[in-house]
Design a protein. Structure first.
Length: 255
């Protein structure tokens, strides 16, 4: 019986973000024990850009085909995605043709799959970023039009219920937007804002949309309103507590 674990990630071209992703990959690799370990990059654009740099990566179907050809019979795929969104749907579609080609092919959950996950991630972030006087902690999520996007406002509610009303969650490409939470920050009397990515990797969105120098970056928008702003360019993947949550997802799948 030949077993393999595939870590499936959207990927990143930003070196700082690569450190975030590598931290999760290493944690899953260690948790995989004696299983064969492989990584897949699900974004075609990211794979193409990395190839232009001489960094060759595999798509998920390519990894599954390689494992099939090598005689592996049991394969587990653990995504590093945060939500049950469109990218997770894409993973399900890509593994579907291989369901009958292995004795067992399993797909793990995303990081935020249920209410307990929301509570666990909120605790991990609250411990990593303790409450500061007169400062709001604003988390930048990617956002999605998928129904799974309700996770973002739900997570802010979890923070409030856990005693952290100073934490606000907004998205780049979904709901709520930064402009929709600014009135709440102002109403709370906060004079300072700490911007932190609610993203696995602190990649392009974190470096440019959140902390960039353009007038419409979150940092500059908030500073133009009189807030003192600081930014942390560290993705969720670099938090040991989050790494362990991914490993727990893997263990749950392999039970």
């Amino acid at each position: 019986m030949k077993q393999a674990l595939v870590c499936a990630s959207f990927g990143t071209t930003v070196e700082n973000g690569r450190l975030d992703l590598l931290s999760v990959e290493n944690a899953l690799h260690d948790a995989a024990g004696n299983c064969e370990f492989a990584c897949a990059v699900t974004s075609r654009v990211i794979r193409k850009r990395l190839a232009m740099r001489g960094q060759m990566t595999e798509s998920l179907p390519e990894v599954l085909q390689r494992l099939c050809d090598a005689g592996y019979t049991e394969v587990a795929v653990q995504p590093t995605h945060l939500l049950y969104g469109y990218e997770y749907d894409k993973i399900k579609a890509e593994i579907a043709p291989y369901n009958d080609r292995f004795n067992r092919l399993k797909l793990g959950e995303p990081l935020l799959a249920n209410t307990q996950d929301l509570q666990n991630v909120a605790v991990a972030l609250a411990q990593s970023y303790p409450r500061q006087d007169a400062e709001a902690l604003v988390l930048m999520g990617h956002g999605t039009e998928h129904f799974a996007g309700v996770v973002y406002p739900a997570l802010q509610s979890v923070f409030a219920l856990q005693g952290r009303p100073d934490v606000f969650v907004a998205t780049v490409e979904g709901w709520p937007l930064l402009s929709q939470i600014i009135p709440q920050i102002q109403a709370g009397g906060y004079r300072k804002v700490h911007l932190v990515p609610l993203l696995l990797v602190a990649g392009d969105h974190a470096c440019h949309d959140m902390a960039g120098e353009s007038p419409d970056s979150w940092k500059n928008q908030l500073e133009s309103l009189g807030f003192t702003v600081r930014c942390t360019l560290k993705g969720l993947g670099r938090l040991p507590a989050v790494q362990q949550l991914y490993c727990a997802k893997l263990n749950k799948m392999l039970e």
